[in-house]
Write a protein that binds this ligand. Structure first.
Ligand SMILES: Nc1ncnc2c1ncn2[C@@H]1O[C@H](COP(=O)(O)OP(=O)(O)OP(=O)(O)O)[C@@H](O)[C@H]1O
Length: 449
């Protein structure tokens, strides 16, 4: 089996290579996947241990249940579809109970296979952007994903905290669910019952016992959105659960806390601790692993990449023709300060797609939620804008400008040669040679990291 050689989804098919399976493989390839055939679960496991697959389809007539148990035991979080030819309903149900996402009957249905691959494509996506601080946060998140420790993701509203939390879950190897719990804008009674459940009769509308999300999530991930809004009493229960590793039930029943907690905040929790509205012990538990997502206005280089991504995705979702953004529209986007961050950018592009009539999205289609247009602060034509930016460089030699570009990029990347050479589109070897020549010319450069 092969390691990842492209961005295609790698689908591992476990079953006999002929007949229906060959057909399923053809359909998966047509739907844009790279197909890897394995004749038995053991061969597939070997590859999955090396992270050589993104999606598995396993024949239930093989030892699929044992395969699913093994994935779980080894914390290999790859999504699995069960499949079979005339398999009994019991076998399909058993596979789903053991962790398969769904059951696909064979002979395969072209649309079903394509839909499975498409939905996985969305799941696998990690935050888009090449800003240095963001990519560092993504690498950190990937590195801590397999641990059981809670994670706190901080950042302004709409910066992509939930996107990051989902990526951590997907990269964690946890086979069970990702559950979101909204902590803001709900009453103390509701959030308490949502997290910890309640007994019948616990309050007026509690007609039956309900299991809380912390327990229900099993070994999955519970994402607590806007943790700073949690009422004091729930903060105390959550801190105790994290401290003891036990969910203390309201009537003395205890259940082990198996889920991983990831919390998000757009508030300054340290300031809330100082003001007495957030528990210091809860912040200490949650803040062990902390990820900070910068606001979009500080990620200037990501704006265009995200805008193009949304224009493509939303055109496809809405069945609209793909329209590129004009140079002037891109300039307007770069100049806006995005108080609502990525969510605001996504909404602006969505509106623009629906408003645009020509072959290109022009600047006048970029409308904010209050109906006002995003206009360039200093409306100049594209050529003049470029002139403004390169103005200070005119009169200097190419070698001089190239050196300045390399040194500034390296500085922005904290001295990281690999990241800087990726951004500049040159090889690491070329970068090293250039830096060597600068050093020989007596120019100081950022130390290597
Ligand atoms: N880096 C990114 N790449 C792709 N999409 C993104 C990115 N960041 C945010 N988004 C999109 O922007 C929207 C807002 O993201 P998300 O809900 O993760 O933000 P948030 O910080 O959790 O927001 P809130 O603070 O309001 O809960 C979503 O539609 C999400 O898909």
């Amino acid at each position: 089996m092969r390691e990842r050689s492209s961005n295609l989804i790698r689908m591992v098919l476990i079953g006999s290579p002929g007949g229906e399976f060959r057909l399923a493989a053809e359909m998966a390839r047509e739907a844009g996947a790279e197909v890897i055939m394995a004749d038995c679960p053991d061969t597939a496991l070997e590859a999955l241990r090396r992270d050589a697959g993104d999606l598995v389809m396993v024949d239930v007539s093989l030892d699929a249940l044992d395969f699913l148990r093994q994935l779980r035991a080894e914390r290999i979080g790859v999504p699995v579809l069960a499949c079979g030819i005339h398999a009994s309903a019991e076998r399909a149900v058993a596979a789903i109970r053991a962790g398969a996402l769904d059951y696909i009957p064979l002979p395969p249905d072209r649309e079903l296979i394509a839909a499975a691959i498409l939905s996985l494509g969305h799941r696998l996506s990690s935050p888009i952007g090449s800003d240095t601080v963001l990519t560092h946060a993504v690498s950190y998140a990937r590195a801590v994903a397999p641990s059981d420790a809670p994670v706190l993701i901080a950042g302004e509203a709409g910066t992509g905290k939930e996107v990051m939390a989902r990526m951590i879950h997907d990269a964690s190897g946890r086979c069970e669910r990702f559950v979101t719990v909204e902590c803001a804008g709900v009453s103390a009674e509701v959030i308490e019952s949502e997290l910890f459940g309640h007994d019948a009769g616990a309050f007026a509308s509690a007609i039956a016992r309900r299991t809380g999300r912390l327990e229900e999530a099993g070994e999955g991930t519970v994402f607590l959105r806007e943790i700073g809004a949690l009422p004091a009493i729930t903060q105390a229960r959550l801190a105790a659960a994290l401290h003891d590793g036990i969910i203390h039930g309201s009537r003395g029943g205890n259940t082990p806390l198996r889920a991983r907690l990831v919390a998000s905040t757009s508030r300054d929790l340290a300031a809330q601790v100082a003001a007495g509205t957030f528990r210091a012990d809860l912040l200490a538990h949650l803040g062990l692993l902390r990820i900070e997502i910068p606001p979009l206005r500080a990620r200037g280089e990501d704006i265009e990449q995200l805008a193009v991504h949304f224009a493509e995705r939303l055109a496809s979702v809405n069945g609209l023709p793909l329209r590129p953004l004009s140079a002037e529209a891109l300039q307007c986007l770069r100049r806006h300060d995005w108080p609502g961050n990525v969510r605001e950018l996504e909404d602006v592009i969505h509106r623009a797609l629906l408003l645009a009539s020509g072959p290109v999205i022009e600047a006048d289609a970029l409308v904010l939620c209050d109906g006002s247009q995003i206009l360039a602060a200093d409306p100049v034509d594209g050529a003049a804008a470029n002139e403004l930016e390169i103005g200070p460089l005119v009169g200097r030699s190419m070698a001089d400008v190239e050196r300045e570009l390399i040194l500034q990029t390296l500085k922005r990347c904290g001295g990281n040669r690999t990241t800087a050479s990726t951004i500049l589109g040159i090889s690491v070897r070329t970068m090293r040679n250039k830096l060597k020549s600068f050093l020989e010319a007596g120019i100081s450069i950022s130390p290597a990291v």
